[in-house]
Design a protein around this ligand. Structure first.
Ligand code: DGT
Ligand code: CA
Ligand code: CA
Ligand code: ZN
Length: 575
């Protein structure tokens, strides 16, 4: 898989933003907004279609199709490149401040020359914003708070979600070279950390110069930072750095371990190698005495030589995994193949779902799932929620679809956790639903103690089977609520409520550290995509990676159970 629909849609969303910032007329902006929406909603993988096939999709015209096709083949859209060149970078930085739209950004830039978040902070402090048309004291105060919230976040790290598609595309292109025997991304991205410093690509080849050349001349590369014969460093889009190393095929296993890291994991297993009279480095595994290289083409062979089982990359953080492996009790963490269904997903029955119920069901069936829960938003959510009447209409639609699909469609809802932990509908009606997730969608800035209380009250409700995206964070965007995790884990256990690992790469909520604590506390997890489009359903692997980082096994995960097991869990909650 290379470019995903989401990735293509994001290019168009960037076009929309940049058009707005450059003051383009609103009809043009609207047209691109619609195009972005239609791309996100496309029921098929755009990368599998040609330009005519793309143009035939609902809501996508000829000129959009041309740009999509341009992107899929070259990784760039010339028009977007032009816009990026034309709009000052400082303006783009300004709209990262929550609540600061393109119009205000333009105003600040044009009238006061404000071209960074830092400059805005200064302008607020020196009261230079006062007197700008439409910028009252209230807006000024809001901006001050918003800046404080984004302030600490610029760490130079990139959300994993922003890097994974381009990393996979780079690998796909290198894999096509005849001289490349194997290629993969390594580093923190392979370990599925939620943010990454840079992309590390490792290739096996007997003609390294050729592979390095290919990367340097790739059209995805915007800058070459270093071009040696061992390592090439380049910039690919949005300042993301990618490093390429090419090694001999017989050293690939050892090199992959080395460049996957983490550094601390490497140090730990190198100690182990030394104790067995071996040396391990990025060039291979060697017998210390004879200096002979032990051939290890795969990581599993290296671990085996060290007397260890294969350790899945997400676990390689030196948080006890090597000691557990030595002792023979490394947990058999959950794998994608263990997932039998998805327990949080949306359809266009609620306003924000981008695909029809049937498109979502068909896609879930296509993934080989045994069940898929449609958990559209409930009535309390302004704009998008389904009234009880609409829920009943949807029930009929589900029954009709169920006749045509083998996959079990679970009738569900994503309930809103109210100010006091109350949820939507009435208990009798809720009891007729198969599976409900409850999440916070309002009052998101309340103190941690308040959120903890709301969530625990919701867990005490017999209709609530799982808590969705517990902390509300958006990686690289919104900070998490500061919940009392111990109190929540206690309540989850006491009430028989599951905690969701939201698999959206923008959320990964709960985080892997929280997963680890939940597993230790014996709390049941769900891993769900919270899909709003067909493409979203493929995020499951990020949720699984997060669960692996938290050492969760399939026993810990509700949607690894067959349908009966799932219904037992639901029934236990009701009694
Ligand atoms: P990042 O990019 O900051 O998210 O984190 P990583 O883990 O991808 O680190 P990076 O890109 O600096 O290096 C990639 C891998 O190379 C790292 O996970 C382990 C390995 N590595 C790098 N430097 C060293 C080192 O000095 N010693 C050892 N043992 N391994 C290293
Ligand atoms: Ca890295
Ligand atoms: Ca690196
Ligand atoms: Zn949702």
């Amino acid at each position: 898989m290379a470019w995903t629909n989401e990735d293509v849609a994001r290019q168009f969303a960037e076009i929309v933003t940049l058009l707005k910032l450059s003051g383009a007329d609103q009809f043009r902006v609207r047209a691109y907004e619609r195009a972005a929406g239609a791309i996100g909603a496309a029921p098929t993988d755009l990368a599998t279609l040609d330009e005519a096939g793309i143009a035939a999709l609902r809501g996508i015209g000829a000129s959009t199709a041309r740009k999509v096709s341009e992107y899929l083949t070259t990784g760039k859209i010339a028009m977007l490149e032009d816009l990026r060149g034309a709009v000052p970078a400082g303006l783009v930085e300004l709209i990262r401040v929550p609540g600061l739209g393109p119009k205000t950004a333009r105003l600040l830039y044009d009238s006061l020359g404000i071209n960074s978040v830092e400059a805005l902070r200064e302008a607020i402090e020196t009261e230079r914003l006062r007197g700008l048309p439409g910028l009252g004291v209230k807006t000024e105060a809001n901006l001050r708070d918003a800046i404080a919230r984004v302030g600490a976040k610029d760490t130079g790290r990139v959300p994993m979600a922003d890097a994974v598609a381009v990393a996979e595309e780079l690998c796909r292109r290198l894999r096509e070279l005849p001289v490349v025997e194997d290629v993969t991304y390594a580093g923190s991205l392979r370990r599925m950390r939620e943010t990454i410093g840079d992309i590390d690509i490792l290739a096996a080849s007997t003609a390294p110069a050729h592979v390095h050349d290919a990367l340097r001349s790739s059209e995805l590369v915007t800058d070459v930072l270093a071009a040696g014969d061992k390592k090439t460093s380049v910039i690919v889009r949005r300042g993301i750095q990618a490093d390429l190393r090419v090694v001999a095929p017989e050293a690939y296993g050892a090199a992959l371990i080395y460049f996957t890291g983490s550094k601390d994991h490497n140090v730990r297993i190198r100690e182990r190698a030394v104790r067995s009279g071996l040396t391990l480095n990025e060039y291979g595994l060697f017998d210390k005495e004879t200096e002979r290289r032990l051939e290890c083409r795969t990581e599993a062979e290296v671990y085996e030589q060290l007397g260890l089982p294969f350790i899945p990359p997400p676990m390689r953080e030196d948080t006890g995994e090597v000691q557990a492996a030595v002792a023979g009790n490394l947990p058999a963490v959950v794998h994608l193949e263990d997932i039998r269904g998805d327990l949080h997903g949306h359809s266009d029955w609620s306003g924000d779902g981008k695909a029809t119920l049937e498109e979502m069901v068909a896609a879930a069936a296509g993934l080989g799932y045994e069940y898929w829960a449609v958990t559209d938003h409930a009535e309390g959510l302004p704009m998008n929620g389904l009234s009880r009447q609409q829920m009943l209409q949807r029930r009929t639609a589900i029954e009709m679809l169920q006749e045509r699909y083998d996959i079990r469609i679970l009738e569900g809802a994503e309930l809103n956790i109210g100010p006091e932990g109350d949820v939507d509908y009435d208990p009798q009606f809720l009891a007729t639903l198969d599976f409900c997730v409850a999440s916070i969608h309002t009052l998101m800035t309340r103190a941690g103690a308040v959120q903890t209380r709301r969530i625990i009250t919701a867990m005490e409700n017999p209709a609530v089977h799982a808590i969705g995206h517990l902390t509300g964070r958006k990686i690289g965007g919104r900070p998490p609520y500061d919940v009392d995790l111990d109190a929540i884990l206690d309540a989850a256990k006491r009430t028989g409520t599951a905690l969701e690992v939201n698999a959206s790469p923008h959320r990964l909520d709960i985080s892997s550290d929280m997963v680890r604590r939940a597993v230790e506390a014996g709390v049941t997890l769900t891993i769900s995509c919270d899909g709003h489009s067909v493409g979203d359903l493929r995020s499951m692997r990020y949720g699984v990676g997060t669960a692996q980082r938290g050492w969760a096994t399939s026993q810990d995960v509700l949607n690894c159970r067959p349908l009966d097991g799932l219904f037992d869990f639901v029934a236990a909650k009701r009694t």
